[in-house]
Design a protein around this ligand. Structure first.
Ligand code: DX5
Ligand code: ZN
Length: 230
């Protein structure tokens, strides 16, 4: 039930295909794909052409995290480029319900992303259109930042909401966490309510050489920590 989603933001972009294939061979479940526009966040990364380029490299779910404003145009482009999951920040869409519908109409799973100071209330009236919610453990824009501890309380709040929805409707909404996830805090984060774990620097900075199995031990260490939780 726990999924590990390495963020390619911390991968070696000069050899991105290999970085994707190797991390999946090492046991990753999803590939987390961070899209930044130097407008919604103060950094700039990769777009739909890169998603299209890595799509044939893996069968794994490509989890596109849009840190862009506006979002609707790129939703369509990423769906066409092979994304499976698309999430966006409620502050970046003028019409949250419409953007969620657009993602689902294009055959992808849809989610909202909550910055550390963004209230979870944004999910209240769109629960039926959410496949996941993503809580940021850091302010978005960069890899390698420190996990903000108050996120643990917020995760618990998110878990209560999705559990109530699950009991009413039978639908499962995943609770994903992004930012500052490491081997030494993943168990506490799972205990607080997350079931899907994005980790960029913790995974991609663990592989020193070009051994195809360079990510095995860090992912195994995360799974061992998660196995202690339930
Ligand atoms: C931050 C990105 C994250 C980032 C996480 O804005 O959304 O996905 O890659 O990096 P780490 O795991 O290094 O905090
Ligand atoms: Zn992300």
């Amino acid at each position: 039930m726990y999924l590990i989603a390495p963020s390619i933001l911390s991968a070696d972009f000069a050899r991105l295909g290999e970085e994707v294939a190797d991390v999946v061979a090492s046991g990753a479940d999803w590939i987390h794909f961070d899209v930044m526009d130097n407008h919604y966040v103060p950094n700039m990364t990769i777009g739909p052409v890169v998603c299209q380029a890595i799509r044939p490299v893996t069968q794994a779910t490509i989890d596109v995290h849009l840190m862009v404003k506006p979002v609707d145009r790129l939703i369509v482009d990423f769906a066409k480029a092979g994304a499976n999951v698309i999430t966006f920040h409620p502050e970046a869409s003028e019409h949250i319900d419409r953007s969620l519908s657009l993602i689902r109409e294009h055959g992808c799973q849809a989610g909202l992303v909550f910055n550390p100071a963004t209230p979870l209330q944004h999910m209240d009236y769109v629960m039926d259109k959410l496949d996941l919610v993503l809580l940021m453990g850091v302010n978005p824009g960069f890899g390698g930042q420190k996990f903000i501890p108050s996120t643990l309380t917020k995760l618990d709040d998110a878990r209560v909401r999705v559990k109530a929805h699950g009991q009413e409707t039978g639908r499962r909404i995943r609770v994903e966490i992004d930012g500052g996830v490491k081997v030494d805090n993943i168990a506490a984060i799972a205990l607080a309510g997350a079931d899907t774990f994005v980790a960029g620097s913790a995974i991609y900075h663990a592989g020193q050489d070009r051994d195809p199995h360079r990510y095995d031990s860090v992912i195994a260490a995360m799974r061992a920590e998660l196995a202690r939780v339930r």
